[in-house]
Design a protein around this ligand. Structure first.
Ligand SMILES: CC[C@H](C)C(=O)C(=O)O
Ligand SMILES: [Mg+2]
Length: 613
């Protein structure tokens, strides 16, 4: 029977000082001996996905106390990728994931907390907390802030749903007037919550449902909807129950590493592929698996991508479909329900809320449920009123989207495509693989070859695209933007958006050792490993070299003969300490980022830090 971790500081004469301090935090005599539950909140006014979280940690805390636990809240940082994008601020995005993971570890272990509630939401906060949960392996429940409502604009008499990407693309499109750009900007992000498409934040919050670490609806019920409050209330009760099962009934099944085991990672990756999730999920699932010592690798991702169909297409893969529409079609449980019907899901897995996924689907898949409350839950609709306040409206759709033939979520029989929404490519240019979100690639360019246009930074790529230096048929190659080379593996949302703005979205490819935002689409191939800074061949590509991409064959190659490549490699090595570094880039890299670069690894390992013994 594992002893409560918190007894280390709450019991024993020698801990009188610590108890005195616990009392000063508000603990009463009767609280000593109860499970101490850490609440990792992530409130900040910098991020719309987190502006509404300020009091939600205490909402959970009151429920923990009602359930017989002691709640202690703390806060992590939270970077807004969309604001950090397009300048050196983006260098900090991925490294912040490691800081978040470490800060959760530090607070939970320094104070010997018994269990953990993670209140996350945006791009690096959910993965950072997920890494911490699997690293610490104490009972944990995730509850995220929830998706933002999509924006609605009426342009030239046509009403359409818009999001952040529409504002970015319009701003670089000379055919769009300043007035129309401002209309889109003012409407694209109407409420609190994580940007409304299947971008990285929403992808990851859907994946915690599939991993079994959050409640049904966590990935899809809107931040503004009253129904979301119930997830926070339930999380407060559930975590005390899980803690008691573990410490008082010796039940290890509730621990994150037993819930999010290898089969759960397969379920999560299958969900991601089926819904055309952000490619960042690959990076983050690999990193979470590393922390949880789960043997889940790029090879597993490649295997799954060849058999899991695309069952759901959401912005940016299609316009006008956002997370509110996915929720109305049944959300994550509905997508997993269709995967299960197709024999593509492990349904025997327990979660923090159900004894098995099969049982959860019986109750929560709207094509099976007998529960009116569940059907009502998935009717939660946008309020249509700009706000930064959580749970501030309770509008509902008239009816559920149960159309599995042409609706938002399709059955496997009516899949958008047999091949998954994600593909792992490999070849001499990416010996350890690279990733492309196929759900966002036009069918006409699944096979593509063209001359390389090599840029040593995202900024240089943006300048080349916006000044017309990139032509139809080119392959834009952005190097030294990997985890070590950037450092920080920037998201290339501006270059991919600007290719669209210039009408080149279906006429060019973009290949990088950096990564993409979930808002990117097009023939955008990222995570090239090994990265240039680690001696990867992408570091030897020169302007005019022919690059050959074949998504059906899962291949990507640099068509330069071995003799020439050998010559180039020798010339690079001859540079000594300047080898495998940008030749013409004046980027100021802080000591904090240099420390990150010293420990990080290539994307094929999830860009995890490895400290050599
Ligand atoms: C819309 C882009 C979003 C802010 C992002 O960075 C991601 O999805 O990764
Ligand atoms: Mg991002």
């Amino acid at each position: 029977m594992p002893a409560y971790r918190s007894r280390t500081t709450t019991h024993g004469r020698n801990m009188a000082g610590a108890r005195g301090l616990w009392r000063a935090t508000g603990m009463k005599n009767e609280d000593f001996g109860k499970p101490i539950i850490a609440i990792a909140n992530s409130f900040t006014q910098f991020v719309p996905g987190h502006v509404h979280l300020k009091d939600l940690g205490q909402l959970v805390a009151r429920e923990i106390e009602t359930a017989g636990g002691v709640a202690k809240e703390f806060n992590t940082i939270a970077v807004d990728d969309g604001i950090a994008m397009g300048h050196d601020g983006m260098l900090y995005s991925l490294p912040s994931r490691e800081l978040i993971a470490d800060s959760v570890e530090y607070m939970v272990n320094a104070h010997c907390a018994d269990a953990l509630v993670c209140i996350s939401n945006c791009d690096k906060i959910t993965p950072g907390m997920l890494m911490a949960a699997l690293r610490l392996n104490i009972p944990t429940v995730f509850v995220s802030g929830g998706p933002m409502e999509s924006g609605k604009v009426n342009i030239k008499g046509k009403v359409r749903s818009v999001d952040l990407i529409d504002a970015m693309v319009a701003a670089a499109d000379d055919k769009v007037s300043d007035a129309d750009v401002e209309v889109i900007e003012r409407s694209a992000c109407p409420t609190c919550g994580s940007c409304s498409g299947m971008f990285t934040a929403n992808s990851m919050n859907c994946l915690t449902e599939a991993l079994g670490l959050s409640l049904p609806g966590n990935g899809s019920v809107l931040a503004t909807h009253a129904d979301r409050r119930g997830l926070f209330v339930e999380a407060g009760h559930l975590i005390v129950d899980l803690a008691r099962r573990h410490y008082e009934q010796d039940d290890d099944s509730v621990l994150p590493r037993n819930v999010a085991n290898f089969k759960a990672f397969e379920n999560a990756m299958s969900l991601d592929i089926a819904m055309g999730g952000s490619t960042n999920t690959v990076l983050h699932l690999l990193a979470a698996a590393y922390e949880g010592e789960v043997p889940f690798t790029m090879k597993d991702i490649d295997r799954l991508s060849r058999k899991v169909p695309v069952l759901c297409k959401v912005a940016p893969s299609v316009a006008d479909v956002h997370l509110e529409d996915v929720h109305r079609a049944g959300g994550v449980m509905a997508i997993m329900g269709e995967l299960e019907k197709a024999g593509l899901l492990h349904s025997d897995l327990p979660s923090v809320h159900s004894m098995s996924l099969a049982a959860a689907l019986e109750r929560w898949d709207i094509t099976r449920t007998k529960s009116e409350s569940v059907r009502k839950f998935y009717l939660a609709a946008p309020g249509g009123v700009p706000t930064q306040e959580a749970f501030s409206q309770d509008r509902r759709f008239e009816e559920l989207d149960l159309d599995r033939t042409t609706g938002c979520i399709r059955s496997a029989e009516h899949a958008y495509s047999r091949d998954g929404g994600l593909a792992v490519l490999s070849g001499n240019l990416a010996l350890d693989g690279c990733i492309v979100k196929t759900a966002g690639v036009d069918a006409s360019i699944l096979k593509f070859s063209g001359p390389a246009r090599v840029l040593e930074s995202q900024d240089a790529a943006v300048e080349a695209i916006l000044t017309g230096k990139i032509r139809e048929g080119d392959v834009v190659v952005i190097i030294y933007e990997g985890p070590r080379g950037g450092p920080g593996m920037q998201e290339m949302l501006y270059p991919t958006s600007y290719l669209k703005s210039k009408g080149l979205g279906k006429a060019c490819a973009l290949v990088t050792d950096g990564r993409f935002s979930g808002g990117s689409s097009g023939l955008s191939i990222g995570h090239v490993s090994p990265e240039a800074a680690e001696g990867g061949l992408i570091g030897l590509v020169q302007d005019g070299d022919r690059i050959e991409i074949d998504i059906p064959a899962r291949s990507i190659n640099l068509a330069v003969d071995e003799t020439e490549l050998k010559r180039r490699r020798e010339a690079m090595q001859a540079k000594g300490k300047n080898a495998w570094k940008p030749a013409k880039r004046a980027r100021k890299v802080s000591t904090a980022l240099k420390a990150y670069a010293a420990l990080t690894t290539s994307a094929s390992r999830g860009a995890v830090r490895v400290v050599k013994d």
